[in-house]
Design a protein around this ligand. Structure first.
Ligand SMILES: O=C1NC(=O)NC(C(=O)O)N1
Length: 313
């Protein structure tokens, strides 16, 4: 029998799969679908302090190439109190831990939201999103190392409990080194989620000669199979550099094969974005089965047996 269970932030997940924040998680209806699915956990849409409509549509599209998606949602969400209420009413006796994503438009907003969640003393895990690329005029904190460290100097002590951060993709070894040095300063920063979308891509339609999405002249975050190898690199880079912490891998998962590769790279859990958006929550049952079959074929009984064991030449 194959065991797909795992642990993140000290919590047990019955299996390693869940949604990428932003997909199937903005409303209670969405989140109920996640609860009823074969996922091992669920995470809410990144919350801002106030309700946000987000950017004008079309703002998400699967790419004609079939290799991924582009999105410039602009943090549409119900406002943090909606997710705080959801977290207060969540059934923590269920097998699925609850993760809450926070993406304040300012440090002050992140402080206010974290204070409210800490005061509520709930078993959910907070994840601070440093990497939304789609709010016009808002650079990603994850690409400003000093600002990210300053924010963590405020938020980590405030949150007290184990928490995580959602990171943009990095493309330079020096950036992996600098970012990891920062994260290793915070004992209760117990995991990182890599990667958020590859920011500010541009999809152009050959026939119409037009950008595919409306916001930001068509610039949006890239996801799906095309970002798999960048995602694996970020997962492995931080797996190597953050001893004692976990990495949640996200990016490029279309089947059990990419989940297997994420775990080989070092992932403790794996999220699904574009493929969940396109296929729906039945994707978790399909991919758990595919991963099980791969592990049986390769003779692995648990994820621990091969996590982080990617070979080098
Ligand atoms: O962090 C985010 N990453 C994305 O790719 N898109 C969403 C968004 O635009 O709301 N946020």
């Amino acid at each position: 029998m194959v065991d797909l269970s795992t642990k993140v932030a000290g919590l047990s997940l019955p299996n390693l799969l869940f949604n990428a924040s932003g997909v199937c998680c903005q409303t209670e209806t969405d989140l109920k679908l996640m609860i009823e699915s074969e996922s091992g956990s669920l995470i809410t849409k990144s919350a801002t302090y106030e309700y946000r409509e987000g950017n004008p549509s079309p703002r998400y599209l699967p790419l004609p190439s079939g290799l991924g998606s582009i999105n410039s949602m602009g943090l549409p969400n119900e406002g943090y109190e909606y997710y705080l209420n959801f977290a207060k009413n969540y059934d923590y006796s269920s097998k699925k831990p609850l993760f809450i994503s926070l993406s304040g438009l300012s440090l002050a907003d992140n402080v206010k939201m974290c204070e409210a969640f800490v005061a509520a003393e709930l078993p959910c895990v907070l994840e601070v999103n440093f990497s939304c690329p789609n709010v016009p005029g808002k650079p990603q904190l994850g690409y400003d190392m000093e600002a990210m460290e300053s924010a963590l100097n405020v938020l980590a002590p405030l949150i007290k409990k184990p928490f995580g951060v959602k990171l943009p993709p990095y493309f330079d070894i020096a950036h992996f080194d600098t970012a990891a040095t920062i994260f290793n300063k915070f004992d209760n920063l117990v995991y990182v989620t890599c990667i958020n979308s590859v920011g500010n891509g541009l999809a152009i339609d050959f026939e119409t000669e037009s950008a595919l999405i409306k916001p930001k002249d068509g610039f949006g975050g890239l996801g799906g199979l095309m970002v798999l190898n960048t995602a694996l690199a970020n997962v492995n880079a931080f797996y190597r550099r953050l001893p004692g912490k976990q990495v949640i891998g996200v990016g490029g998962v279309t089947s059990g094969k990419e989940v297997f590769l994420h775990v080989l790279a070092g992932a403790s859990a794996v999220q699904i974005g574009t493929t969940l958006k396109e296929e729906g929550p039945t994707v978790f049952a399909r991919i758990n089965k595919e991963l099980t079959d791969i592990m049986i074929a390769k003779g692995y009984k648990s994820l621990d047996e091969f996590r982080g064991k990617v070979k080098t030449l």
